[in-house]
Design a protein around this ligand. Sequence first.
Ligand code: C2E
Ligand code: CA
Ligand code: CA
Ligand code: CA
Length: 280
Amino acid sequence: AKEDGGRGFLLFTEEMGTRAAKLMTMQHKLRRALDRQEFVAFFQAQVDVASGEIIGCEALARWNSPDDGMVSPGVFIPVAEECGLIDAICLHILTDSCRWLAEWSKRGLPEIPVAVNISGRQFHNSRQLLTIVDQTLAETSVRPSLLELELTESSAMNDPENAINVVRMFRDRGVSCSIDDFGTGYSSLSVLKRFPIRKLKIDRSFIMDVTKDPNDAAIVQAIVALAHALKLKVVAEGVETLEQLAFLRSIKCDAIQGYLFSRPLPGEAMADLLARGKPH
Ligand code: C2E
Ligand code: CA
Ligand code: CA
Ligand code: CA
C-alpha cells in the first residue's frame, strides 16, 4: 500500500501487517500439518437416555501438533476457514472417520453411526461435497447408513433452499443429516419442517445451567417437544452431571452426549469403549 505520511494510516497498516503476518504463520503451520497428517478424528459417544446404550458418536477434529500438543478445533477451525484450508481438514476428518468405522467393524465391534461436522461452506459447494462423500464411502466400503453429517442451525438457515436440497440428496444415498447447535441460530419453523432430517442437537449453552436456570429448562423442554412434534430425535450436548441427565430424562430427551458419559476419545480408545459398552 502507498503511504500518505498520516500517522493514523501508518498505525493502521502496521496493525494490518501484524494480523496478516500472524495469519500467514498459522496458515503455513496448518498447511504443513496437513502434509504431515497431523489432523485426527476423536470420537465422542452418544448415549440413549432410556437404555444407557451407545447409539452413535460424533467425530471431532484434533490437531496433534509436535510443537503445541493436542490443539482444539476452536483454535484452528476459524483460521482454517479464513485461509481456505477447512475443506482439506474436514476431508481428512471424514476419511479418518470412515477408516475407523471400517476398522471397528473388522474387529466385530457393535456398529454405530459416526457423525461428521460439515461447514456451511462445504454445504454450499454441494457438488464437491457429494463427490467426496461418495468416494470416501466407496474406498472404505462403509455402509452409507453408518455415516451422519452435522450441519449447524445457522448454516442450515443461511441458505435453506440449497441446504434442503443437499440434505435430500444425501438422504437418497442413505446418509442422514442432523441439525447441530440448535437454539443458537434463528430457525423458521416452516423451513425446519421441510428439512428431511432425523435429529436435532441442542446446543451445550442451554444444557450448562439447565438445572439452575428455569428459562433454560423451559427452552430445552420446548425444543424437545418441538422436535418430537416434527418426529425428530433429540440429542442434548455437553451433559456433565447426573442432575442434568435426570432433568433430560424427565422431559423425554432421547439421547445425550457429554463428559458425564465420555470425553472425545482417539479411535483406539473408542474401540475399547465399544467393546465394554460402558465407560470405566
Ligand atoms: P460442536 O459440533 O458443538 O461439538 C461439541 C463440542 O463440545 C466439542 O468441542 C466437544 O469436545 C465439546 N463437549 C462435548 N461434551 C462436553 C461436555 O460435557 N462439556 C464441555 N465443556 N464440552 C463438551 P470441540 O471438540 O472443541 O469442538 C468445537 C467445535 O469445533 C465443534 O462444536 C464444531 O463446531 C467444530 N468442529 C470440530 N471438528 C470439526 C470438523 O471436523 N469440521 C468442522 N467443520 N467443524 C468441527
Ligand atoms: Ca457437531
Ligand atoms: Ca454441536
Ligand atoms: Ca455446540
